[in-house]
Design a protein around this ligand. Sequence first.
Ligand code: FAD
Ligand code: DHB
Length: 387
Amino acid sequence: ERTQVGIIGAGPAGLLLSHLLALAGVESVVVELRSREHCEQRQRAGLLEHGTVATLRAAGLAGRLDAQSVEHGGIYLQYAGERHHLDFRDLVDRTVTIYAQTEIVKDLIAARLAAGQRLDFSVSATAVSDLDGPRPVLRYVDASGAARAIACDVIAGCDGFHGISRAAVPDVVAYERVYPFSWLGIIADVAPSTDELIYAHHPDGFALHSIRTPHVSRLYLQVPADDAIEAWSDERIWENLQRRFALPGWTLREGPVREKAITPMRSFVSSPMRHGRLFLAGDAAHIVPPTGAKGLNLAVSDVALLAPALIAWLRDGDPSLADAYPAAALRRVWRATHFSWWMTRMLHPLPGDPFTTQLQLAQLRYVTTSRPAATTLAENYTGVAPA
Ligand code: FAD
Ligand code: DHB
């Protein structure tokens, strides 16, 4: 078997890459470990930068997004019993958009299948070889149990943090920071109690009120890194959310908890993002802690660089953008890695470390009272900061 680009992973990175390549007449095969249903239901991110929306719109993928998403012109930062609004429109003339990753993945899968794309779900034993020669090979066992080998011009490793691609890059250097806390995230069937996201610093820990739809709320709590989800009854979760968001004259509405899970917090960057004819994109190459919502946006910005680079090389014979890809992508990755680390460090109190708590409060006071400090946050949050 033969294709131009073998793509491992049907997350946002792999699916969008396949779509952008097809628009330019470059063919690809996408192979995915999990089932289509699993990919479409997995609850993850929900906040899109302006540039992410622009990329999806330019690719003709924004039909449902334009109808169902909600634009946000700022966020609330809450600390010391005060809630302050940061106005991104005023500060940097930009907004962000709420539209769930699950919906983006559904839109991408539907668009690829409508175009007759080969998307192999539920595969196993994915492996890559011959990366240094002109015909790298993508091997896997398909859903029917048949072993397959596809000779490619290029392989794109879009297989997330637990994929196999990153390990195929020899002499990879990994930069890593593991944080001593996790996020417990819930999806609740209740109308959001806020018009824009609330990031709350509280002595008991951080909390975030996000939004999915007018009828569905997404809420997060900082919990100890080793906590098990079984330790968190719905009642205990709401009790903690009520305490951390409490503000006189404001009420947090409660509703049935549809999903709950604990996500560890990690910063991770592996370099280089290319070896021979293997290119990495998205979580396969880097992870950020969720504070500031950069993970999905970085996956899309990697692909927005990688797709034109592969098109120029495979269709037009010009390898210069492909050669420039690892350095160009890593510049953005490190900017977002710094911002996510900075937001995380500002908002999560550490038990038994009152000095850090006072620094966090001083920084929050600065960001909510100084226009230059607020502008720094707004630029990075909305994605206008130069990489
Ligand atoms: P993924 O979406 O992980 O896609 C990779 C795909 O590759 C998966 O479908 C996987 O099944 C497949 N795969 C893996 N191994 C193989 C293999 N060997 N063979 C074939 N296929 C394989 N970001 C935010 O901005 N805000 C959030 O609130 C947020 N919450 C998150 C919560 C969780 C639990 C997780 C895990 C991530 C969260 N993120 C969040 C990060 C964001 O979802 C990711 O950055 C985004 O999904 C990256 O897209 P991707 O396509 O690179 O990787
Ligand atoms: C969401 C997640 C984040 O980490 C964040 O900073 C904002 C929003 C979300 O899932 O909606």
